[in-house]
Design a protein around this ligand. Sequence first.
Ligand code: G4P
Length: 533
Amino acid sequence: MTVTALKSSDIKEIDKRRTFGIISHPDAGKTTLTEKLLLFGGAIQQAGAVKARKNDRHTTSDWMTIEQERGISVTSSVMKFNYKNFEINLLDTPGHKDFSEDTYRVLTAVDSAMMVIDSAKGVENQTEKLMAVCRMRNTPIMTFINKLDREGMNPLDIMGDIEDKLQIECTPLTWPIGMGKRFKGVYNIYKKELHLFSPGSNAMDGAGITIKDLNDPKLNDLLGSQADELREDIELIEGAADPLDLDLYLKGTQTPVFFGSAVNNFGVRELLEVFVTMAPKPIPRMTLTREISPYEEPFSGFVFKIQANMDPAHRDRIAFLRICSGKFTKGMKVRHHRIGKEITLSNATIFMAQDRTHVEEAYPGDIIGLHNHGTIKIGDTFSIKEELKFTGIPSFAPEHFKRVILKNPLKTKQLQKGLTQLAEEGTVQVFKPMRGGQFILGAVGELQFEVTMARLKNEYSVDAIYEHVDYGVTRWVDCTNPKTLDSFKEKNLSNLALDSEGHLSYLTTSEWQLGFVMEQNPDIRFKKTREFN
Ligand code: G4P
């Protein structure tokens, strides 16, 4: 089909956009790095602003006491800032131990990711999980190895760990000179430049010291005995490490690696400089029918996250929409395909680092917030005319399960209503067993259960408790042959349930048990992710 292209001024706007998320294990330094990036972008004026938000979420999340009690962010947000001539959208992926499906889903709306690794710890399990999600869409990833001001693993061993555990080729663009007390700075391999570190200066590390080559005697004056160590290291990695290949980075199979110390603001500028030039502009997105280029003139976008409003009395929600093509203008009319209606996008919000402002115009790569009263669900596609449905916004098979028991059986209706709405928001997954009455809730992180219970009570006046269930794994099942499926259902009725959208799910105790059932039923497909309807 032929589609008209955007004006050249709009194309320039799109090319300026970089939309990314940071993936890391808790405590690796994601918040600290976020803060430094925002400082460079002038989006915040003083260090501590993001950190303060992490520690004290009152301003943004008064609605949920649970957040205050635990001092963490349950929901993720979007921060927009500029750097040089680039418009950067940083999507926050909550990194708490009890992270949720939201964390995963945010990654479906980014064009690239930054991975933060604690140099003392190497690859940790949450990073592995998040990386698995990035791999589903071959998301390009840059790596920042943090906390070089402390003793950590040998840099070569860290890269080896990343290559082994995450199956991605590492190509260092900077190299650390010593670590811990001996940390002298980083050598910028591609610019042949030294950046020297002075602890605690928190400098916005500017220009480095250019050296012609590593044999420059200036190096000895600057680094003493560590000059030779650096020479040996660089010789070693130039022989052993793969050279940077932009194509491989963009395909998600090679990651450029940077070393530094986020808290000292060291090595961050180098990361950001390379990021804006190398990281992808808004990329094309697949729909059920065709690929959509960001440069197509008609507007389109999809919803990847719903956040309940801060004020429970109003019970409205904000849907986070990633723009995929065209230009958004305030008041434009779009088609909401799932409900088959035209709606006016009159009061969209754009998320700045510290506050929200009403948005007049926005472009592919941008995220806008749409207020609604339950008419928008995760996975919804909005476009101008053409019937589109963006794909790749999955639901992930939960790993934790609990049964909900009502304290007052007369509240069944409210419970149903609450669970339906919370499932639509992606707060929790709801399963109705095919045998037995009570709902089973499924979550990727345990915290989702607490949030669900708090919200059922506050917003739906439902008093319930959880009961342990002996499940640890679920898969969505289907089969092209109805007879095979029927016979499977008959034999496994007590392990089957329907999720909130009516999809058949198989629940069992362990991966081992699941493997056994899969072996017995080779014609049944057991799926770990499912697309939203
Ligand atoms: P997260 O968002 O990934 O969970 O990590 P966060 O940035 O909150 O950092 C976790 C801890 O690591 C913080 O210490 C932070 O100051 C520290 N940190 C971050 N970058 C560096 C670094 O380059 N070097 C060193 N040595 N530490 C770093 P905290 O004690 O938990 O908090 P705070 O008291 O320092 O605020």
